[in-house]
Design a protein around this ligand. Structure first.
Ligand code: ATP
Length: 457
């Protein structure tokens, strides 16, 4: 058995898409290598990586083709399809002579490289050293960066355990770059028929067909879900321009595997191996990584210019961006629900100081870009100026540290009073809507969350 890893073939300017390149490689392996394709993986790597074109996808093909032949074919396809006119496109292919399903045939260090590629930032040298060490075949153009993703795609089958599916339908090449003809109502009807096993097909709140991209590339639509048959069936119900070809991918989309759990008091990073969202070091959060952590709201939410909503939280036992501060003196962490997260901002605006949360998102410029939030406990009281028990008018301050007094009746009160307030939020998980979902973020409808869920669709 052979694993072919591919990455970095597309360009924002000129289009293309590495899923399409992988589908073409798979087709040629079948036709010219007389090979069977066991599966094609679409692996989303760290969404914070600056070199990504869009979704930071890398691809792996599991096949029984002989590795030398698989290498020749994939190299040829990459050479002909990768958009190297764009200097930011640095295609890479890595071919490993490994049976992905044979126990521990995939080395643990390659699996660990995959997990780190999803949660961290890696160097080209780290990829090269593993490729050399295991004697994998590889080819690249440009600066060779594509081999990072290609190797990460190879190790993913051992590194990850939660897999979902995407049925991608491609356009006729002569239509690339022209407006897509996809019947809006048929997409909504198909989405309804497949839900909840098929998710993020549409955004009902925004009336948007999120499965249809707006970029100049070859994809007509991509249908995501938990079951391969279900995604195929939804894709088949969509009325559109002719589908040129289509391919089923096994993916880590919708799994939250990019999130590092922050453990209070932990002082070492144990989150780089294994299949789940492992626990990571707790003392300092770093930009370009995504976290899940418990925190308390410490500011009133604020809507700023552009409609972005910000709120400060105090993560328990975590210092942000200051390696010298200690776990016992945490600094507030700014969290943001940006304008594109639409109705999710209403939930963030409804938070109050004292609410207990679990927040998830990527840290960028010291701000956590919220992807989902769990409300663990709501503060249902507030301090108000007391009212006079006789005339029911609001009392006035009697002077510094002297409590409150009613000027007319002479009644007094020692300080502010705590009253019950009504909260619109409920306990449980809230998420950004499908139109703002990151590929790798897990939709609440998939289940497995530690509390009630309020799924968006
Ligand atoms: P598409 O999926 O549409 O082809 P993309 O958004 O996946 O585009 P790429 O063109 O693949 O973006 O570019 C991402 C580049 O970053 C690749 O060269 C890949 O090897 C590299 N890369 C991915 N993850 C990491 C990481 N964690 N650390 C360092 N480099 C990475």
């Amino acid at each position: 058995m052979t694993i072919v890893g591919l990455d970095d073939t597309d360009s924002r300017k000129h289009g293309m898409c590495t899923t399409y390149v992988a589908a073409r490689v798979a087709k040629r392996l079948r036709r010219e290598g007389d090979a069977a394709i066991a599966r094609t993986l679409l692996v989303r790597l760290n969404p914070a990586v600056e070199y990504k074109t869009r979704g930071n996808a890398a691809l792996a093909i599991h096949t029984d083709c002989n590795p030398a032949h698989a290498f020749e074919i994939s190299r040829e396809v990459l050479e002909s399809l990768a958009e190297t006119r764009d200097e930011r496109t640095n295609p890479g292919v890595v071919v490993a002579d490994i049976d992905p399903d044979a126990g521990d045939a995939l080395p643990a260090s390659v699996a660990q490289f995959s997990t780190r590629a999803i949660r961290d930032h890696l160097s080209r040298a780290a990829a090269e050293s593993l490729i050399d060490n295991y004697g994998y075949r590889s080819w690249y153009a440009g600066n060779g960066r594509g081999r990072i993703g290609a190797l990460a795609a190879i190790g993913a089958w051992r590194a990850l355990s939660d897999w979902t599916y995407e049925q991608i339908s491609y356009r006729e090449p002569e239509r690339w770059g022209t407006p897509r003809e996809v019947d809006h109502d048929s997409v909504f009807a198909a989405a309804e028929s497949g839900y909840p096993g098929v998710w993020d097909t549409v955004d009902r709140g925004e009336n948007e067909t999120v499965c249809v991209p707006h970029t100049p590339g070859p994809i007509l639509h991509g249908i995501r879900g938990d079951d391969p048959e279900a995604v195929r069936c939804v894709a088949a119900q969509i009325d559109s321009e002719p589908v040129y070809s289509s391919h089923l991918f096994v993916t880590n989309q919708g799994t939250d595997v990019h999130l590092r759990d922050v453990a209070v008091g932990a002082d070492s990073d144990s989150g780089t191996t294994g299949s789940g969202a492992g626990t990571t070091s707790a003392t300092t959060l770093q930009d370009g990584r995504a976290y899940r952590l418990d925190a308390r709201v410490v500011s009133e939410p604020e809507t700023r210019r552009g409609g972005h909503v910000f709120v400060d939280v105090a993560p328990e036992g975590v210092a942000v961006g200051d390696p010298d501060s200690t776990a016992s003196s945490p600094s507030p962490l700014s969290c943001a629900a940006f304008e594109p997260t639409k109705r999710f901002r209403d939930h963030v605006r409804a938070l109050r100081p004292g609410d207990h949360l679990t927040v998830c998102g990527e840290l960028a410029g010291g701000t956590l870009k919220l992807e989902k939030v769990a409300i663990r406990d709501l503060d249902t009281t507030e301090l108000v100026t007391p009212t006079c028990p006789d005339c029911e008018r609001t009392m006035e301050s009697a002077g510094r540290d002297q409590g409150y007094r009613c000027r007319d009746c002479g009644t007094d009160a020692p300080g502010k009073e705590r009253t019950e307030i009504e909260r619109v939020l409920e306990l449980g998980w809230y998420e950004v809507p499908p139109c703002a979902r990151r590929h790798i973020a897990k939709p609440l409808v998939r289940g497995g969350f530690d509390g009630p869920v309020h799924p968006e669709r």
